[in-house]
Design a binder for this molecule. Sequence first.
Ligand code: SF4
Length: 107
Amino acid sequence: MSQDSISRRDALRRAALFGAVAVTPSLLSLGCGKKELACTDTAGLDPADLALRNQLGYVDHSTEAGKNCSGCILYKPAGEGQCGGCTAVKGPINPQGYCKSWAQKPA
Ligand code: SF4
């Protein structure tokens, strides 16, 4: 086995560890001591609602600059630090989330 393949294996192992941590954000604490909000529990959704959620590409943390659920006209806020809702996407919605149906909330 070459040194190169060991490095690749090591890199994959580290990536897997990182992924395991990334999919359990509710266990992570932010630097300020607050838990990171995770709105990913879709256990209560029926298959059609889950399919639509996936089809619209809902993500718990937006990667679109300036676009997140809290700035979307379809977002239904809940209390501070809680998952909200959405009139288009069923299930818990993170104010920092995003999907393809994002529409800017009027100022
Ligand atoms: Fe978030 Fe999409 Fe719902 Fe807008 S439509 S609140 S971006 S999930």
